[in-house]
Design a protein around this ligand. Structure first.
Ligand code: HAM
Length: 427
């Protein structure tokens, strides 16, 4: 048996996607576009650890959630510390804000982040064990205008990518004043039903989640269940009305889904989800909401907060489902150099270096590929211009400049080429 056959080819862990060229360009563009919207709205970048003390998530996200009870990558490190790969971003942001006293300055603190998160879920299309999010958190001011800003920001991000076939669903989950009474009312209703043991148990721990049960018999039995939206206190009700009217003014379309249940326990008041209909079961492309008790729960001041997490992986799938591509995304180099012969190559290395110094994206062919093979490289790079340098051009002190879209060619003096290209590309 040859060495090669003895070993099984290594694979990425189950449920963990790779993004390789050319699709990786779309992934990168999606992430940049979404986080770019946050930077445009005054959010500062925050870079957080990928693992934290397990308590951050247990206390922050909620012990009764699937995320904490079933899906965390938790392990003891070599010093026997109990750590967890972050399953989401909000709890870690709050921990960092408290630790670095960011909440003692100007409020709101507006932060944006992106990167991988880890959940031990059953992998399927659009559901991964390493998932990528772009997130924002706005902390310290309980102003409905901030809710409207956060929601509109996500909506603009998706639209900037060209997505159109998504819906924004919203509800209000109430606050510490109105939710306990509602919860009791809902439990009273649920306990009267003939529920199986597991569902009954859920009704005891987190009754709201029973309303989100997808089984038809449960949906039917809970059709007349009391809804949080009908039991909001005055303050929550006014807050939600203001958010809705601001979104209407900004022409951000939304639907009310009074039965929305998020997978994390910290939500209060405004809560929302972006749903894409082209994705099958894993249709949530992003979601978020207010979490007014979270900071106090993590040992900080009692400040409010609101944010979202947008799923980058699912946004890429949504673009595919809509048959949309991001213009220019696969263009890796505007200019591609082709040198024929050793002397020409030396000169081309210099030209390409000068182009890069001038901020012009450029690449060249390596190895001895001949003109035809090298021009394929120009094509693959998505280049607008090719530079061809052979013995003849070298002798004349010129280079052949090919406009690949217009199918035109001209000879340009070597000393002028950077300037000529800069003009053509940047005007
Ligand atoms: P989340 O709804 O758990 O919220 O996740 C946000 C988004 O991440 C989802 O809408 C989905 O697009 C994506 N996502 C979640 N799990 C997976 C998975 N297994 N595979 C692929 N994509 C996934 C949060 O994480 C909150 N921290 C958001 C937030 C920030 N709320 C307030 N601030």
């Amino acid at each position: 048996m040859s060495d090669k056959k003895q070993f099984q080819a290594l694979q990425a862990p189950k449920g963990v996607p790779d993004y390789v060229p050319p699709q990786s360009a779309t992934f990168d563009a999606v992430r940049k576009t979404l986080v770019g919207q946050a930077y445009l709205a005054g959010y500062s970048h925050i870079e957080l650890p990928v693992f934290e003390d397990t308590t951050v998530f247990a206390r922050g996200v909620g012990e009764s959630t699937d995320v904490v009870s079933k899906e965390m990558y938790t392990f003891a490190d070599r010093g026997e510390r109990n750590v967890t790969l972050r399953p989401e971003g909000t709890a870690g942001v709050m921990r960092a804000v408290i630790q670095h006293n960011l909440d003692r300055g100007q409020l709101p603190v507006k932060l944006a982040y992106y990167g991988p998160f880890f959940r031990y879920e059953r992998p399927q299309a659009g559901r991964y064990r390493q998932l990528q999010q772009v997130g924002v958190e706005a902390i310290g001011v309980d102003d409905p205008a901030l809710d409207a800003e956060v929601v509109a920001l996500a909506d603009r991000g998706y639209r900037a990518l060209g997505l159109t076939e998504f819906r924004l669903e919203m509800t209000s989950l109430g606050c510490g004043n109105c939710r306990p009474a509602y919860r009791e009312k809902l439990q009273e209703f649920l306990f009267k039903l003939d529920l199986d043991e597991e569902t009954r148990h859920r009704a005891e721990i987190n009754p709201l989640r029973v309303l989100d049960d997808k089984r038809p018999d449960i949906q039917e039995a809970t059709a007349d269940a009391p809804l949080m939206l009908d039991h909001l206190c005055e303050e929550c009700s006014t807050h939600f009305e203001t958010v809705k009217s601001m979104l209407n003014d900004m022409q951000v379309p939304f639907e009310i889904n009074p039965r929305m249940v998020r997978g994390l326990d910290y939500y209060t008041k405004t809560t929302f989800e972006f749903v894409h209909d082209g994705l099958g079961a894993q249709s949530g492309i992003g979601g978020g909401g207010r979490y007014d008790g979270l900071m106090a729960q993590l040992g900080g001041q009692d400040l409010s907060g609101i944010g979202f997490g947008l799923g980058v992986d699912r946004t890429v799938l949504a673009l595919e489902a809509e048959g949309k591509t991001i213009p220019g995304v696969e263009e890796r180099a505007s200019v591609f150099g082709v040198a024929l012969g050793e002397e020409a190559k030396k000169e081309m290395v210099l030209i390409i270096n000068k182009l890069r110094q001038a901020g012009i994206s450029s690449d060249m062919s390596y190895g001895d590929r001949g003109l035809k093979g090298a021009m394929k490289g120009a094509d693959r790079a998505g280049a607008r211009f090719a530079l061809v340098l052979g013995d003849q051009e070298l002798a004349n002190g010129t280079v052949a400049l090919k406009d690949l879209a217009a199918h035109e060619q001209e000879d340009v003096a070597l000393v002028d080429i950077v300037e000529v290209l800069a003009k053509k590309l940047h005007g």
